[in-house]
Design a protein around this ligand. Structure first.
Ligand code: AMP
Length: 400
């Protein structure tokens, strides 16, 4: 595997798997270019050395054939804006046509060719070898910079690596920093290490809780999943979200934490509501005594104080999942207060990583993104990395 920083890209065509699966509005304009701008360092590094770049990505969920609304053509203006108009961008309207191969073969130093949506071929998600081999023809060197799809064994993310020699494939800067930041939490941990887990369901978080019981000193559990723990401990949780088939799992986690000496802290109070809406009547209740007909939709003040204290005495902080239904203004106080506590701990020198869908949305929405150490673009891939799973996109390059 090559070292991206030390490799000489001059005169080479770098085939880069990026994650440009960005949101588009009705007019097919990019509404959030975070994933595009994240790759700027990788692109500039290659282009400034006199290399050329072939970009490949998926966009949306086409059904296995071309669909206009999922064309990567729509992202060209955003890509051009991110690059500051410095480089020419060409487009290939089919990722494996003879015309596309001719376009990539004719690329000059400093030029960029963007390939059409890989998922217009069902072979992409199937990890088809013949399709991967064709894609490989576009480059002299293969760079995977798509951390967001690293947990998928698709043709462009994993299988393609077979068609490049060990000294002609590696990770780009996005991938490199995602892995380095995750490893700073998991492997080069400054203690105490607090993991904050929230979100809707215990079932989706069992593996990460189990893994973190091996790694963390303190685990804070909030959000909908905390009511399964409260019920498992014998509490009354009213109509709060509960996974009846996970009560045993919750009990087992609590036992495991005790056995391992990990402080597993659950909410002590909740903001409860008489129905699932922002306009519902609200009051505060102890977490184990939520009246019938009422549901917990946010953590309460006592819990916030307790969680904040744990966060402020930690040196490493991992956050995945909101503390309540933060999409509704009346139930976002808990999530906001936790974001504030993480920002305060970070200002005091702690290392903080926010990873996984909804907590990333929350820090962005509340304006905390630049007050934490690192916000992962990884989503599901970051969750799987923290669960300890081998990611095919990483293994395909690193373990050969
Ligand atoms: P997840 O995808 O599992 O991280 O869950 C995120 C979702 O959990 C968000 O949409 C939140 O609105 C939801 N959520 C958080 N707390 C609660 C709660 N107490 N009751 C119901 N849903 C919740």
């Amino acid at each position: 595997m090559i070292n991206f920083q030390h490799y000489s890209f001059g005169g080479k065509r770098a085939l880069i798997r990026v994650d440009y699966n960005v949101p588009l509005d009705d007019q097919l304009h990019v509404t959030d270019d975070t994933r595009i701008s994240a790759t700027l360092g990788t692109l500039n590094h290659i282009l400034r050395q006199g290399g050329s770049v072939v970009l490949m990505s998926h966009l949306g969920r086409p059904k296995g054939g071309p669909e206009g609304k999922f064309s990567l053509r729509h992202i060209i203006p955003a890509l051009r804006a991110v690059l500051g108009g410095e480089h020419e961008i060409q487009f290939a309207d089919d990722c494996i046509s003879e015309r596309a191969f001719a376009q990539s073969a004719a690329l000059q130093p400093g030029q960029i060719l963007l390939l059409e949506n890989l998922r217009f071929y069902k072979e992409e998600e199937k990890g088809d070898e013949a399709f991967a081999e064709k894609l490989a023809r576009h480059g002299d060197v293969y760079i995977n910079d798509a951390f967001g799809t690293a947990h998928r064994a698709h043709a462009s993310t994993a299988v393609i690596a077979r068609y490049f020699a060990d000294d002609a494939k590696g990770f780009g800067l996005v991938m490199g920093s995602e892995i380095a930041n995750a490893d700073r939490v998991l492997e080069h941990t400054e203690r105490p290490f607090v993991a904050i887990l929230g979100g809707a369901k215990v079932s989706g978080k069992i593996m990460i809780i189990e893994r973190l019981l091996e790694k963390a000193d303190i685990i804070l559990i909030g959000g909908g999943m905390s009511y399964t723990f409260a019920k498992a401990a014998g509490g009354s949780v009213g109509t709060s979200m509960v996974e009846e088939d996970r009560l045993d799992t919750a009990r087992r986690m609590v036992e495991l934490a005790k056995a391992k000496g990990v402080a597993l802290l659950l909410p002590i109070d909740s903001v409860i509501a008489d129905n699932f809406s922002n306009d519902a009547t609200r009051k505060v209740a102890s977490n184990d005594a939520i009246p019938d007909g009422w549901m917990g939709l946010d953590i309460g003040e006592k819990t916030i104080a307790r969680f904040r204290e744990a966060i402020l005495r930690s040196r490493t902080i991992l956050w995945n999942g909101p503390m309540g239904v933060f999409e509704m203004p009346n139930f976002q106080q808990g999530t906001m207060a936790i974001a504030q506590a993480i920002a305060d701990a970070t200002a005091k020198g702690a290392f903080s990583l926010v990873g996984g869908g909804d907590s990333v949305a929350a820090v962005n929405q509340f304006g905390f993104a630049d007050q934490v150490s690192y916000v992962s673009t990884g989503g599901g891939a970051m969750l799987e990395y923290f669960e300890g799973k081998e990611l095919p996109g990483i293994a395909a390059i690193a373990s050969q």
